[in-house]
Design a protein. Structure first.
Length: 394
């Protein structure tokens, strides 16, 4: 007798896949100029320096580099990462860090360590799509915090925290994905004060902070000593070295960090040993800051090319911001336009972007879209905007 196959877990059917990944699959044709993916420019990777680092660790200690390692992460990588954080204003020791398989995994570990089904999580509106997926898989109730052109509204956060009693706030205060906005210092202090008064975990995601090419740096919320017992800072080497390495890190108070270590043991035991050792070698002998200067210079030119072409590419009445760094420009078409529907036409014109609607936890804005400016040269950006203009005129 043949029986029915058991059902999937409810969370596996209730959380949708990433429309951004779906769009990237549709636009894989080489003739498409895509403003969709948040992909670092591959021609700017320091491929030779990274290859030298791999050759060194495989020649100097192949048995260690190819062996199992500790869950917490390679001591050398944690030490050099801690030194970079300390130099940027957040005193950090190697033991304060957990190396993760990309900062995306850090979100999964935090969800496992902190969230019970039904717990409330506050997020910016809009916010990073994969974070919405992660919290959805954890069974959390996700509530958006209103934002304006400067980012998260700390006064709205105060009201929501008092009313909804959330477990944590997830925020990307610097060059936010998808909007590119940066939260001002006074608002960061206000967010920290809410967390203090209301008993709230602060999860600060910073994958783009070292990609600043205008304006002055703003201190991390996690650097506020008042929230040292409840602030978590996430970072990544994807945007400043190479995303294929899948190396991120989590800085958290000891009790939470230990819980995340246990969650990581259950997930993958540890991040790739050889990748960690090569990254540690690279960060020790290469001049990452000089490399980042080259990257930032190129990204500034590309942002400027995008901003210069948007007035002719988008319909009259459209609005967009001018980020001081990061990878994205956030735009809104005039009322009545639907960016999701228009994407089909754009792809037929061999150009693509990401509709903004999926980034909203509730009440999406159909007219919003995200444009990444880092993957293409200024000349390619200009051609892409010419195609986009033609698509939007149809």
């Amino acid at each position: 007798m043949r029986t029915a196959v058991p059902d999937l877990a409810a969370r596996a059917t209730s959380v949708a896949g990433s429309p951004v990944r779906d769009i990237l699959a549709l636009t894989a044709r080489p003739e498409v100029i895509s403003f969709a993916g948040g992909l670092p420019a591959p021609e700017l990777f320091d491929a030779d320096g990274i290859a030298d680092a791999f050759r060194h660790v495989l020649a100097a200690g192949p048995r260690e580099a190819l062996q199992y390692s500790t869950t917490e992460g390679d001591p050398g990588l944690r030490a050099v990462t801690a030194a970079r954080l300390t130099s940027r204003g957040l005193p950090t020791g190697a033991d304060d860090l957990l190396v993760t398989t990309g900062s995306q995994q850090a979100l999964t570990l935090l969800a496992a360590a902190l969230l019970e089904p039904g717990d409330t999580v506050l997020v910016e509106s809009p916010t990073y799509l994969a974070a919405l997926q992660c919290f959805g898989f954890a069974g959390a109730r996700v509530i958006p915090v209103p934002c304006d052109e400067q980012g998260l509204d700390p006064w709205a956060l105060e009201d929501l925290t008092a009313r909804e009693r959330p477990k944590l706030l997830y925020t990307i205060p610097t060059f936010q994905n998808p909007t590119g906005r940066t939260l001002p210092a006074e608002r960061r202090r206000a967010v920290a004060e809410v967390a203090l008064r209301r008993g709230l975990w602060l999860v600060e995601d910073d994958p783009y902070g070292e990609l600043r090419f205008a304006g002055a740096p703003v201190p991390w919320i996690a650097a506020d000593p008042r929230v040292a017992d409840r602030a978590v800072l996430l970072g990544s080497y994807s945007k400043i070295m190479a995303p294929g390495l899948r190396l991120g890190w989590l800085r958290a108070p000891e009790t939470l960090r230990r819980a995340c270590v246990v969650a990581k043991q259950a997930a993958d035991l540890h991040t790739s040993t050889v990748d960690q050792r090569a990254a540690a070698r690279y960060l020790t002998v290469a001049d990452l800051d000089a490399h980042l200067e080259r990257v930032r210079g190129a990204y500034r030119e590309r942002r400027d090319a995008l901003l210069a072409g948007l007035p002719d590419a988008l319909p009259e009445g459209s609005r967009w911001n001018e980020p001081e760094g990061g990878m994205f420009v956030w735009a809104s078409l005039p009322r009545g336009y639907d960016a999701t529907e228009l994407l089909r036409t754009a792809v037929r014109h061999d150009v693509a972007y990401v509709p903004g609607a999926p980034f909203f936890p509730t009440e999406p804005d159909p007219a919003a879209l995200r444009l990444s400016f880092v993957t293409h040269t200024p000349e390619e950006i200009s051609e892409g905007l010419t195609r986009l203009a033609a698509a939007l005129r149809v």
